[in-house]
Design a protein around this ligand. Sequence first.
Ligand SMILES: [Zn+2]
Length: 421
Amino acid sequence: MEQDQLFERLWNGTAPMEEWTQAVSDGAVTAISENIISVHTTYFCGCVTVIRTTAGLVFIDTAKPDTAGKTLAAVRRWDNSPVHTVIYTHGHIDHTSGIGLIDEEADLRGVPRPRIIAHRNVLRRLRRYEASHGFNTIVQGQQFNFSGYVYPIGQRRPDEVYDDTLSLTIGDEKIELFHGRGETDDATFVWLPERRVLASGDFVIWVFPNAGNPRKVQRYAPDWAAALRRMEALQPEVLIPGHGPVIFGAARAAQVLGDGAEVLESLVRQTLALMNEGRSLDEILHAVSAPAELLGKPYLLPKYDDPEFVVRGIWHLYAGWFDGNPAHLKPAPAAELAAELASLAGGEDKLAERAKALAQAGKTRLAAHLIELASTASPASADIQAVRARVYAQCVSAEASLIGKAIFEVYRRDAAARSSA
Ligand SMILES: [Zn+2]
């Protein structure tokens, strides 16, 4: 009952997702039907959906090491059968890395470990995580401001993979897997045709789509929109998002899927129209915008990713890295450019002074350019670093998205440390 009231407040935008995260933190079970539950522990970890079949339990995703224990305990209060199959909706660690606990439980009970099914590209992703382990540790630690963070690798690989679609019958349950590209290139959404239940994975995450993350590999905005349209056409009665509460009712499910598709389609359409006219990336970034009425929906707020980052992602999907500015084709070393401009301005202190004034006037974008030039021209100046820390504090405040805030915060901390050295 409590949950239902909270859902209504999330739906109409009067409750923040933080309140929901607090409410589910002990491991909250949502009954989808007599034989299906979803378990949530926090917004920041993928949810786990469990289907009870005559052959055993089917898990959609696994949570991660710090949430899988609570999740598994909640499942076990509901049903004690062995886990027959685990479906990874994609290879991100908050969906796959709880498999270790599920396997451990199977070993302790002396039953076979579950079979894992996923899209073929999950294998490629898990190999890539090993090749770029240092980089992923750094960027993930920075994005969520975890110190001493180590990116978890080595989770168990899928036993079976598929390419486009896969129809399964497990016990008495029909389960259909569909592949689409969105936040990742290895994504699956799961459709239970006899129950009209859809588990969308991270195609639906109760915020604006994470389709432009600046420090992560390519995301696929147009494919993401197409996958949402495909889900809409299935006409689900229940929509289980990858993150955030379950959405009941055909009309609400259709609304969330349709609005998500529309906001991405709009960005793709605008970006491509300008690219086809030969406009530069700079012109496009400052001309394209997401429709305000969609960005205002409580399930599409740009709190995690930023529509501007998504425009860059769309550019990068159709073009190479060159942005249309000839100075960026073979740029001079940043330190040489900074020294030249500092000298023209009458010294790096002048650049820093102007950066401070611009930031105070709310022109944080311009301020960031100037303070970075000053800092690069005179990296040892504690005074310049003090201004730099203030400029980036203002940049953090100016951002709506977690990712934008997190990246500026990394450089604010760097400047603050150097200003007192
Ligand atoms: Zn996720």
